[in-house]
Write a protein that binds this ligand. Structure first.
Ligand code: NAD
Length: 484
């Protein structure tokens, strides 16, 4: 098979197979064909992964940070050298167009590795003077971290979690989504080639049950999950049993507010990027586009024209701009949301169907207008190329409606009025907001959610807080003054 890995799992520096685990078919979403098979991790495989990570972690943590960074930098270099091969595998695994996987997925992963390789040696403690005595603090690794990934950016997610974990002296056992199991294995292979000692980054395959087993293991110090809110609630609760550290990167229903003084062309472009890139399977997407009434018709006209011109097709063709959804289950879910939007009275502006492709899980770029706050499409995460456009009149109203959601991942504002831009960006209840931009997530900036969208932050210096813990060392400098 075209994309068949050497074996299902990667443990202690090499591929490992155990056919006793149930089979998982890896399906190319553009055709529906099986391109590889892996086996779900048995309890024995999970044990081997955890034990080897635990064995390796202490020596790794004892290295100078600059030495850890050197190995990670080499891995980032290898990722860049193999850019095309990795992008093709990512496209097979996810169905995303190669024009995206060449520039977004692995390249973003490589940047995270480069960033944390450079950051690690700068992480220090502080000295706290107490007159004669003093305290100094040490930032110590947490130990064994578990990473659990979603299927929308499988390799990027693996890199975003592995990079800070490893750079800061932890070991990681990573479980990719069962829908997209291939990229994480490549990352493990590349890290070994770059010189990472065996056991520090292990990959085990499986569905939720394997994830649950990892999360509850007493040897695990931290769990970082990227996934949906319902899964996040389960994983957070399970981690709480052992008082484990967590990072939860969960779903969203983010608002993008377009004021009448904005550049319509730019706002339309951003709304399209924030709804159609990766076939809409992006957690931070601006899926509720609030457009001020005065520009509604001009906005929708341009949006319709530009959305209808999107090239949907063979993901391996570099001209293709929109690929299929990642799975048949996701296709069915998205088509149900489209049907519900129509039945609840949203007006279909463009798209709504499966498009001209004869196979695969394709959905046309779809825009609904006249959407109201109560409609299902304005409340629930669709995770497909489906944009909801809502009208508004004033700033206060727009902000209040934008915030009237249980999610809080992201939000955006388009306006020429800079005071208003900063006011709105400040008022949005979200972990990330954009002004006259959308969905840019550079590794230098913290990324994460508020409300049900998550806890903790990935990327940037902020991630250091989530992969280390502080120890205080009190240093007594004089005689002990005991009262007895
Ligand atoms: P999901 O919640 O179904 O699965 C996520 C991962 O959790 C998978 O690997 C799955 O096998 C595992 N899992 C499921 N049940 C588990 C359990 N009980 N214990 C441990 N692990 C378990 O999510 P998905 O459908 O793969 O991904 C789409 C979702 O991810 C969307 O909601 C999207 O918004 C979110 N997402 C968030 C971010 C972010 O950074 N905030 C990024 C990408 C995707």
């Amino acid at each position: 098979m075209k994309a068949q890995p050497k074996a299902s799992h990667y443990i202690d520096g090499d591929y490992v197979e155990d056919r006793a685990g149930s089979k998982i078919d890896v399906i190319y979403p553009a055709t529906g064909g099986v391109i590889a098979q892996v086996h779900e991790a048995t309890p024995g495989i999970v044990e081997a992964a955890i034990a080897s990570a635990r064995r390796a972690q202490e020596d790794w943590a004892a290295l100078r940070p600059v030495e850890r960074g050197r190995i990670l930098s080499r891995a980032a270099h290898i990722i860049r050298e193999r850019g095309r091969e990795l992008a093709e595998l990512e496209t097979l695994d996810t169905g995303k167009p190669i024009q995206e996987t060449l520039v977004a997925d692995w390249p973003s992963g490589a940047e995270a590795i480069e960033y944390f390789a450079g950051l690690a040696p700068t992480v220090t403690g502080e000295t706290i003077p107490l007159g004669r005595d003093f305290v100094y603090t040490r930032r110590e690794p947490l130990g064994l971290c578990v990473g659990i990934g979603a299927w929308n950016y499988p390799s990027q997610i693996a890199c975003w979690k592995a990079a800070p974990a490893l750079a800061l002296g932890n070991a990681m056992v990573f479980k990719p989504s069962e829908v997209t199991p291939l990229g994480a294995l490549k990352l493990a292979e590349i890290l070994t080639e770059a010189g990472l000692p065996p056991g520090l980054f292990n990959v085990v395959q499986g569905r939720g049950g394997v994830g649950a087993r990892l999360v509850t293991d007493p040897r695990v110090a931290k769990v970082s999950l990227t996934g949906s809110v319902p899964t996040g609630q389960k994983v957070y609760a399970a981690a709480a049993e052992g008082i484990r550290h967590v990072t939860m990167e969960l779903g969203g229903k983010s608002p993008l507010i377009v004021f009448e003084d904005a550049s319509i062309e730019d706002a339309v472009g951003a709304a399209m990027l924030g709804n159609f890139y990766s076939a809409g399977q992006v957690c931070s997407n601006g899926t509720r586009v609030f457009v001020q009434r005065a520009i509604k018709h001009r906005f929708l006209d341009r949006l319709k024209a530009r959305a209808a011109a999107i090239r949907m097709g063979d993901p391996m063709d570099e001209a293709t701009q929109l690929g299929p959804l990642a799975s048949e289950a996701q296709l069915e879910k998205v088509m149900r949301y489209i049907a519900t939007a129509r039945s609840e009275g949203a007006r279909l502006v463009t798209g709504g169907g499966r498009g001209p492709m004869n196979s695969g899980f394709f959905v046309e770029p779809t825009v609904f207008a006249d959407v109201t706050d109560e409609m299902t499409i304005a409340r629930e995460e669709v995770f497909g190329p489906v944009m909801a456009v809502l009208d508004f009149d004033g700033e206060e109203e727009a902000v209040a409606r934008a915030n009237a959601t249980e999610f809080g991942l992201a939000g955006g504002v388009f306006t020429a009025d800079m005071a208003r831009a900063h006011r709105v960006a400040g008022a949005l209840q979200a972990g990330t907001t954009w002004i006259n931009a959308y969905n840019l997530t550079p590794v230098e900036a913290p990324f994460g959610g508020v409300k049900l969208s998550g806890v903790g932050r990935e990327n940037s210096r902020a991630a250091v807080e989530h992969y280390t813990q502080v120890k205080s060392v009190y240093v007594g400098m004089g005689p002990i003054e005991a009262p007895y």
